[in-house]
Write a protein that binds this ligand. Structure first.
Ligand SMILES: NC(=O)c1ccc[n+]([C@@H]2O[C@H](COP(=O)([O-])OP(=O)(O)OC[C@H]3O[C@@H](n4cnc5c(N)ncnc54)[C@H](O)[C@@H]3O)[C@@H](O)[C@H]2O)c1
Length: 262
């Protein structure tokens, strides 16, 4: 790729949960486009492997191991990040966990709390600390200071039986994205979310694409592509991170092959 084709040349990006699946795909694509990556995960081995991939692409990669749902850890991670990067231009709040299929009347309270904590509280915490610095980023007057991309889900757009806690957490992200877009717009920061449908990643454990496809609602493109790949989401994240999307904020964009919009 020529330098002119690189959409994120010299940008510093923090990606949470970048050790696997969608986060890893975003890290690799952004690095190919000239970004330096702050890689967060709770899994050190996975994060270090992704850091090696980024370094092989010639970009800076630094690993920050922290549980993003834990306030003291996020505070400490923020300090370490700014000891390694002058500023963060793009934040991708991607870390998340799936949930086992359970109806609300059978759900354990501890399960509800854990799903909300890891999937929603983490977005509040990381954004709170990083945006405090992002609003001071140096940027020419005709450019944005920063971009925030939150990983929601189609489950955050419409409720679905058995996905109560996960859906509520992701709907919370969709709503928080709108609030943040309003609060941070005056600082020239955009905030958008992506709502993936079914994407083949380790979040589902070791399952084949065919079996995964059979476990969910059909897409509109069933015969062409019943299940998405992490790279399908990464390409939309690249658009939201690049200047091509500068006039888009507060939106939650489905990447689902048309699945789940009714
Ligand atoms: N795969 C899908 O079908 C799908 C659909 C909709 C939304 N999503 C969302 O996309 C995001 C990424 O999911 P994925 O499918 O790539 O999953 P994944 O399991 O492959 O990757 C998630 C990564 O987040 C890390 N992580 C988990 N909890 C963490 C914590 N507390 N602190 C820091 N890191 C943590 C994990 O170690 C892992 O590396 C999640 O927010 C998920 O809810 C996924």
């Amino acid at each position: 790729m020529s330098v002119l084709e690189k959409r994120l040349l010299g940008k510093n990006v923090l990606i949470t949960g970048a050790g696997s699946g969608i986060g890893r795909a975003i890290a690799v694509l952004f690095a190919k486009h000239g970004a330096n990556i702050a890689i967060n995960d709770i899994n050190a081995d996975a994060a270090n492997k992704v850091a090696d991939e980024i370094k092989d692409l010639g970009q800076k990669a630094v690993v920050f191991i922290a549980d993003v749902s834990d306030q003291p850890q996020v505070k400490e991670m923020t300090k370490e990040i700014f000891a390694n990067f002058e500023q963060i231009d793009i934040l991708v709040n991607n870390a998340g966990i799936g949930a086992t299929f359970t109806s609300i009347i059978h759900m354990k309270v501890e399960n509800w709390d854990r799903i909300i904590k890891v999937n929603l509280r983490s977005v509040f915490l990381v954004t709170r600390y990083i945006a405090r610095r992002m609003i001071k980023n140096k940027a020419p007057k005709d450019q944005l200071r920063g971009k925030i991309i939150n990983m929601a889900s189609m489950r955050g757009k419409t409720g679905r039986s058995g996905f109560g806690a996960y859906g509520a957490a992701k709907a919370g992200i969709v709503n928080l994205t709108q609030t943040l877009a309003q609060e941070l717009g005056k600082y020239r920061i955009t905030v958008n979310a992506i709502c993936p449908g079914l994407i083949h990643t380790p979040i589902y454990g070791p399952i084949s694409i065919e079996n995964l496809a059979g476990s969910s609602l059909p897409t509109c493109l069933q015969s062409f592509k019943p299940v998405g790949l992490p790279e399908d989401v990464a390409k939309v994240a690249l658009f939201l991170a690049s200047s091509d999307s500068d006039f888009i904020t507060g939106q939650s964009i489905p990447v689902s092959g048309g699945q789940g919009f009714v």
